[in-house]
Design a protein around this ligand. Structure first.
Ligand SMILES: Cc1cc2nc3c(=O)[nH]c(=O)nc-3n(C[C@H](O)[C@H](O)[C@H](O)COP(=O)(O)OP(=O)(O)OC[C@H]3O[C@@H](n4cnc5c(N)ncnc54)[C@H](O)[C@@H]3O)c2cc1C
Length: 352
């Protein structure tokens, strides 16, 4: 017979959304179990990523912030440039995620790594997890699904996968310091765009577009930036990933299950910026799950309403701007001739 465990709040996934949820639920007095399938807790890559000013407090730990950012500059294919205020900072993503996980542990959450969420009996509030080749069942009062864009919780609830944009990035040397995120909007990046995030002596250059075209486009961008003396010729590291780009799930809550972060579709549909909404929704979901587990039945509907109020309009606006570019992503993202109409909407991603 499988071992059993129980908790008030089960958090699946320990990225930014899950770590924020575990911390908030533990601080609210809930018995929290947070599980992560990866071997180590916190940190998906040591790649630099951008976070906006409102998340600054979460990045206060030593060695998290690499440099400050003042704005972004859009480069259009006709040569026009537009500068936007975009205060924030570039963080070492690995260190940022690890710091969030440390906050959860300090708040009293029980954390288990190498534990894969593999089965769900939502009617009886039971999850099956597998760890080191053994299965165990966890009985929960509320579950926070923070397991990313390919959410297993969503799949096991019978929900369809979210539409995604594929991103590919290189880490390269930066020849002179930059204070802005550079963004290229061009038919060369159909349905998406390319960008450069400065990170001290390094930079990340990336493309977000149709998967099959992304690599050639990134190689081309790298060559151009190297020839212009902006970045070095060597590729010091590379990584790839996907971000959900269809906006919020139709429902963020299903009974006593709450979706947060990428699992809820909470990344910005145009820019793919997802760290800020992941932390904000994770904190709110963790608090709501803890309240629900002590009998506040309005807590979960209030979470759904709060997230729609906070992110719904920004996401819908971005989706309307994305509409001519993709529908429904995949092959269509590769349609030549389409140029994103502006990236400055990234600011909207962080509006309260
Ligand atoms: C290449 C790239 C660059 C990006 N750059 C930026 C940027 O500069 N700024 C920004 O704001 N956003 C950026 N994003 C988006 C950002 O990374 C995500 O929006 C953010 O990580 C979402 O956090 P999350 O906690 O919801 O999900 P995730 O970070 O994906 O965390 C989900 C966690 O759940 C775990 N998990 C999954 N399935 C299971 C399971 N069955 N059992 C147990 N655990 C499970 C995973 O291992 C993972 O640790 C980028 C994304 C990519 C791909």
């Amino acid at each position: 017979m499988a071992e059993t465990d129980e908790c008030d709040v089960l958090v699946v996934g320990l990225g930014p959304a899950g770590a924020a949820a575990a911390t908030a639920a533990a601080k609210a007095g809930a018995r929290v179990l947070a599980v992560e399938r990866r071997q180590a807790l916190g940190g998906v890559s040591n790649c630099p990523e951008f976070i906006p000013i409102p998340l600054g407090l979460h990045a206060a730990t030593d060695h998290v912030v690499i440099q400050n950012i003042v704005g972004s500059r859009d480069h259009r294919s006709n040569g026009d440039q537009a500068e936007n205020l975009l205060p924030g900072c570039v963080v070492n993503r690995d260190a940022f995620d690890r710091a969030l996980v440390d906050f959860s542990r300090a708040a009293g959450a029980r954390l288990q790594h190498n534990a894969v969420f593999a089965g769900l009996d939502a009617d009886h509030s039971e999850a099956t997890l597998s760890r080191d080749g053994r299965s165990f069942v966890v009985r929960y009062r509320a579950l926070v699904a923070a397991d990313g864009h390919a959410s297993a919780v969503a799949r096991l609830l019978g929900l369809r996968p979210l539409i995604k944009m594929y991103t590919l990035r290189y880490r390269v040397a930066l020849m002179a310091p930059l204070q802005a995120v550079e963004v290229w909007l061009s038919p060369k990046y159909p349905g998406g765009y390319a960008w450069l995030i400065p990170a001290g002596k390094h930079a990340v250059i990336a493309t977000g577009m149709a998967q099959e075209l992304a690599e050639a486009a990134l190689r081309d961008l790298h060559k151009q930036l190297h020839e212009a003396g902006i970045v070095g010729s060597a590729i010091l590291g590379h990584s790839a990933g996907a971000v959900p780009v269809e906006g919020l799930r139709q429902k963020l809550t299903h009974g006593n299950i709450l979706f947060a972060g990428d699992a809820g579709g909470l990344a910005h549909p145009l820019t793919g910026a997802g760290i800020h909404p992941a932390v904000v929704s994770g904190e709110a979901a963790g608090r709501a799950a803890a309240e629900w587990s002590t009998g506040h039945l309005g807590a979960i509907p209030a979470y759904e309403a709060k997230m729609r109020g906070q992110f719904g309009e920004t996401m819908s606006r971005a989706l309307r701007r994305r509409e001519p570019l993709q529908s429904p992503v995949g092959a269509e993202l590769g349609r030549p001739g389409l140029e994103a109409s502006g990236w400055s909407v990234v600011r909207g991603a962080f509006e309260p």
